[in-house]
Design a protein around this ligand. Sequence first.
Ligand code: DLL
Length: 480
Amino acid sequence: MSLPVGTRSRAAGKGEAHLARGEPMGAASRSGGRRGARDADAAPMSDRRIEAMPRERLAALQLTRLRRMLGRASGVALHAQRMAAAGVDARALRSLDDLRRLPFTVKDDLRANYPFGMLAGPLASMARLHASSGTTGKPTVVGCTPGDISTWAELMARSMVCAGVRRGELVHNAYGYGLFTGGLGAHYGAEALGCPVVPMSGGNTEKQVTLMADFGARVLCSTPSYALAIAEEARRQGVDLRACGLRLGLFGAEPWSESMRDEIQSQLGIVARDVYGLSEIMGPGVAIECVAGPCGLHGWEDHFIFEVIDPETGEPVPEGNAGELVITTLSREAMPMIRYRTRDITRVSTAPCDCGRTHLRLQRITGRSDDMLIIRGVNVYPSQIEAVLVGLPEIAPHYQLVVDREGVLDRLVIEVELDPAAMAAVGRHAALAASIRHHVKSMVGVSATVTLRAPGEIPRSAGKAVRVRDLRHYGSQRPG
Ligand code: DLL
């Protein structure tokens, strides 16, 4: 893997102005605009040949890789059946449009093939398994071959360079390590770039601040909400992290807004960039903002095909319109994914970027087309919590999940009705609430406050039950 960083951007420089001429998607925001364009003149790239590749050549590369990927995907029974049913022969694929003849892959397909049915190779050929929340009890399993791990590291390193990280800078990694892809994804990317990493993981905020200050972290990787918790703790300790060297943050894994960016940037005195990804496709590093300012996240089209569809009809929406992001992997070995419905709502632009990269830009994710919540970085489906509650005899099937913010962190309150028979056993209530809390934490992975309600107290609905009250405000979603 070669990562020739630190070279001057030719594509964004004077000699190739045609590549640098395009306007950023949407209005340039406060910290973007022309200043961003000047930054971009000196912006290094990991691989200029790929990142600034003319779009026609990029499409040709995608087609070659798509044929190869579909060949590999035929090792997965589900994909093989679907390709046969659609009459798609990988070798005979003529154009990228032919991909649309294949149906979408959805999260439930992964659930139906739990645990290893989506893997294109034997378990022994995997280097690692990750997992993300399933819609009910079982998680979604994600396999990686050694090749996948190195491609991921390369793409995450490319993403870091794109966002402005420089080789040798100390990266403080506060994404969780473990089944979640954030920790190891950012870790391997930083190492591949040649950055020392502090593998701090999430939590223990007091120590995060101490180590960041003492070690002189230059770059922080965390969820945006956790960045604010770190800022709050730094204030409490009277530590100015910027004075200690911190200058840049790569934040993602949950929705956030331009006002939250402003908040983080002003509280920590750093530049905050948005990074996107999902376990089913790879993990962090699928797309990231560049140094040209907040003008969208470059999605790496040499490794993924991005489509935006109307979530109701499944039909493509015109470029620039909002819709659900669908991703096809082009290089994944362990788990090739065909037209995976991410449920994330965004818009794309293929207009040239000031930084010189030709890969399309996703606007920041503004929501989801399903009911998944992200609470303190943990993906939570209401159905997972319901699955825990219905298993408990003293609980009636009426509940509501209330999500709000306690300080800068998300808080989940589960309001649930007692069964009339359990109402009288007042002495048991505290133990029951503790047991629900425990089960939700161990099955779903999120801490919750449990409020027991008397029968009839949870509002009934004539139509669809209102299961979730999300009181968090992401503030304005200014165009990215
Ligand atoms: O969140 C991977 C990741 C880790 C991305 C670290 C960025 C940084 P999952 O746990 O599978 O993977 O969750 C994926 O999180 O479908 C989005 O709904 C949401 N998400 C991820 N990044 C962003 C972002 C990781 N930048 C799901 N903005 C995705 C908004 C995001 N939502």
